[in-house]
Design a protein around this ligand. Sequence first.
Ligand code: ADP
Ligand code: ZN
Length: 604
Amino acid sequence: MNPKQKQFSIWYIFIALWALMLFQIFVTPFFNPTEIPYSEFKAAVAAGKVEEVSVSPAVIHGRMKADHAKEGRAFDTIRVEDPNLVRDLEAQHVKITGVIESTLVRDVLSWVVPIALFAGFWLFLLRRMGQGQGGFMTVGRSKAKVYMEKEVKVSFADVAGVDEAKQELQEVIEFLKTPEKFTRLGGKIPKGILLVGPSGTGKTLLAKAVAGEAGVPFFSTSGSEFVEMFVGVGAARVRDLFLQAKEMAPCIIFIDELDALGKARGVGPMAHEEREQTLNQLLVEMDGFDPRVGVILMAATNRPEILDPALLRAGRFDRHVLVDRPDKIGRLEILKIHARSIPLAAETDLDVIAAMTPGFVGADLANLINEAALLAVRRNKDVVGLSELQEAVERIIAGLEKKNRVLNPAEKERVAHHEVGHALMALSIPGADTVQKISIIPRGIAALGYTLQLPTEDRFLMTKSELENKIAVLLGGRVAEEVIYREVSTGAQDDLMKATDIAKSMVKVYGMSDKLGQISFDRDRQPLFLQTGLPQTPGDYSEETSREIDCEIRRIIDEQYARVRTLLHAQQHILREAATVLLGKETITGEELKAIIAQTGTRS
Ligand code: ADP
Ligand code: ZN
């Protein structure tokens, strides 16, 4: 349920309460007699205004004569010890019934009516919400929107620009096609595969294509479908989904926006109980099924860093496939795929368009082709030409500019040098993670470019020099800018933050500073991967120690900075050469960089 709807229903409860109050104030007195003092009652009797009374031991109920009170209004009065009462009443010929009138009907009326009204409102409200989105009224009936396609028409030919991801998923297809063969040959069966990448890069499409290639049914749903108001509903839905899927095995379950339900637990002020239960159920289901039944779980997220670490553990989503923004060649391929469905002018060069669109994802490119086709229609043309495509690019960039930064050429050049700086450091420092690829395709709002390093192996321990090397690689970007431009930019903010964090941990947590010795100054160690922003308790050390810690952190960073500067100065020509290549190609692999180093290194 979205917040807007919740607000809407709160409104209704509010109105119902108001109605109840108004009812009590204005309507109830109409049924209820007014209470009058005994003296007033006696006066009324003496004046001949009273028509009849019924006397009970404690109370006297009565009715005024019609002409003395509006419509013979009823009244109550407390019965006082009064020996003359009967005589006075008789004197005025007041009818005395003496029967104890039951107040039951009246009481019931004054309570039941408002409650009935209130219940009516409530039902009305429930009905409304039920219509809205199957939420509220379908508790326990499990109504997550799951789409099932028995025969998927999408194939790998419909997805382009993500060759690495396709390669990694090939194995999954093999398994789904012939599980027996696969297990016989001793292949490790994948269970959960996490597709990581910005939105619109084709993660959903890719998952679907895997189902299409393997010829198995495709279940798809979104993580947000499982986050419900009532505790337990989401969990029931997860259980249902797996039950359904097992009946159709072999098949693929795809969960989009996994982060909506897989957010790290206990983070933030509101640890959401419902989400936690749903997440737990998902974990239970994942652990519970034997992959040999042939159900493969795929999920997509663009924020892997906020996922609960439990989801990523072995036997769960332990395979991660990067689905990145496409490079120039990838964009061309994607454009070709989408151009199949429109009449393109004969000699249209899609290369030009691919070159114009760094940072575009598949969804943007599909949109671009669509816009161009619409433009051609508006211009009464039979075919879509280059001019329509170019105009469509401009339109989409104008739309994207708010979301993504589009770099000007000077900025791009700087980013290229910065990234090559990181990469060169990673290559020249022993034991650093290998450089997978370097890119100046903007990613999201934060990163203008990036150097993707993959660890060569899982690490559980790191030595002091390894941590120093990590800092050196992080500083490589900024130093490269300094070496080339003699001036630094704001582009290194994130690098500096990470470098400082490492240096801080070295001094405060790992006792790696000779000056301060083997002491841990950090009591509240945080869980390994969650930056939960827990309040930091002030350390139990003196101000002087605190100053020393700062000095040590600065020393570590400064030392590495000097080291990197020496290294990069010596490789200046390589830095320039590689940056030029990167500017032209937008993405280069680690191997390509090594080739450039080999060439340039020998030339100079
Ligand atoms: P994601 O799931 O990563 O947000 P989608 O798979 O929903 O992205 O992509 C939306 C649409 O954009 C697709 O249906 C397809 O038309 C187009 N698209 C995205 N990526 C690609 C790609 N790599 N190749 C071809 N088309 C793509
Ligand atoms: Zn950087």
